[in-house]
Design a protein around this ligand. Structure first.
Ligand code: SF4
Ligand code: SF4
Length: 388
């Protein structure tokens, strides 16, 4: 395996000059593997971006290029493979920002931005309903915002509002209660983390969301934050630094926190006799470098036979659900998910575990469509099963 070192991003124009057109990125790209056009490859997009932006030809920005830029899951597989170390994922974010600045972003992005500004979340529901899912807990009040709690659980929009994902926050809240964790949430004061805005080019608009959430965490005096969504986690970890300056906040993904609870002996795990595989979410793995924690959790459950997927860790295939691709091309996203479902079938797993609610939705749809006898679970659901 080649050792890849992605270097710091120095701006679109500089980075585009470095591209040697070798094409290593091409075969790693799930979009290219489905679409099959050179214009959909990372290499092809960089060449076009160079032509438009480096030569000041913004007026020639074509609808096809805008579409190609939106047909990307921001999975980072191209950055992982780039022979010259270009952080292509940052390149795509920068280009989406420039397209938005020219007012040429897809209509779906505008609708997403407007909805977020009105509702403060990605659903059609009022933000006051953020804790509706908690009604299924024995004690829903446990999530009520409370100053001074040891841990703040940042639930995320998908877990809060999408019924298909509700089992994830329920599992996390139940595990925390059983383990005696002193935890709370921001309730209706939790706003979208800002990632959907960042990923569609509305970076300035995202700042208001980041500042709001940071202010609420500070007001509650929370010093450990646990996020179950890898995109929320990456925003807290990377994009909230400025807003968090001078405030001591430990930021953990649920997988990291569950490992801590296991090591402290606070979770008693019983046998699960299943063949389990793990799908690395792009934003948790390639974006944030968390590969070991979920595997450590799965392996700590007695009776589990753990098998890796053919592409795993840094080389993991995307589920198709990233980069807001579904909002512009749901069919393409579903085709990418089918490729991953094929890998799951090949290892004979009875359970596929992930650590991202968006991945879990994509994979659930793909394995159902393929009529595969496989359960798709979040790592927290697997842990709760082992505790029952
Ligand atoms: S981020 Fe993923 S989908 Fe986008 S160009 Fe790179 S490999 Fe393709
Ligand atoms: S791997 Fe890197 S250098 Fe090679 S074509 Fe792709 S972006 Fe350019």
């Amino acid at each position: 395996m080649r050792e890849i070192i992605t270097k710091p991003f120095t701006g679109m124009e500089d980075e585009a000059l470095i591209c040697g057109r070798c094409g290593y990125c091409r075969s790693a790209c799930p979009v290219y593997n489905v679409v099959g056009w050179e214009s959909a490859t990372p290499r092809g997009k960089i060449a076009k971006a160079k032509e438009i932006f480096s030569q000041g030809k913004q007026t020639e920005l074509s609808a096809e290029f805008v579409q190609r830029m939106a047909q990307c899951t921001l999975c980072g597989a191209c950055a992982q493979e780039c022979s010259t170390g270009i952080d292509t994922r940052k390149m795509w974010l920068e280009l989406r920002k420039r397209i938005a600045a020219l007012g040429r972003e897809p209509k779906a992005y505008k609708a997403l931005r407007d909805n977020l500004q009105e509702k403060k979340n990605i659903s059609n529901f009022s933000n006051d309903e953020r804790l509706e899912w908690a009604q299924d807990l024995d004690d829903p009040a446990v999530l009520k915002p409370r100053a001074g709690a040891a841990v703040g659980y940042f639930v995320g929009c998908v877990s809060s509002f999408f019924p298909q994902a509700a089992q994830v926050p329920l599992a996390i809240a139940e595990i925390f209660s059983k383990a005696g964790v002193d935890f709370t949430s921001l309730g209706g004061e939790e706003w979208c983390c800002g990632f959907p805005l960042i990923s569609t080019g509305f970076v300035d608009e995202a700042r208001q969301f980041i500042r709001h959430n940071v202010d609420k965490i500070r007001q509650l005096g929370i010093h450990t934050l646990v996020a179950s969504c890898p995109s929320c986690y990456s925003v807290w970890k990377e994009d909230s630094r400025e807003a968090l300056q001078g405030y001591d906040l430990e930021i953990l993904h649920t997988t990291e926190y569950l490992v801590r609870l296991i090591k402290e002996g606070r979770l008693s795990l019983q046998e699960i006799p299943e063949t389990v595989t793990y799908h690395d979410p792009c934003d948790l793995g390639r974006t944030s470098g968390i590969y070991d924690a979920p595997r450590e959790i799965i392996r700590s459950i007695p009776g589990v036979r753990f098998v890796e997927l053919p592409h795993h860790r840094e080389q993991a295939l995307c589920c198709g659900g990233g980069g807001t691709l579904q909002s512009v091309d749901a069919a393409l996203a579903a085709k990418i998910a089918r490729l991953r479902a094929g890998e799951i079938r090949s290892v004979g797993a009875t359970v596929v575990v992930s650590a991202c609610q968006q991945c879990e939705q994509m994979l659930t749809a793909a394995v159902r469509e393929a009529k595969m006898p496989v359960r798709v679970l979040d790592v927290s659901q697997l842990v709760l099963e082992a505790m029952d």
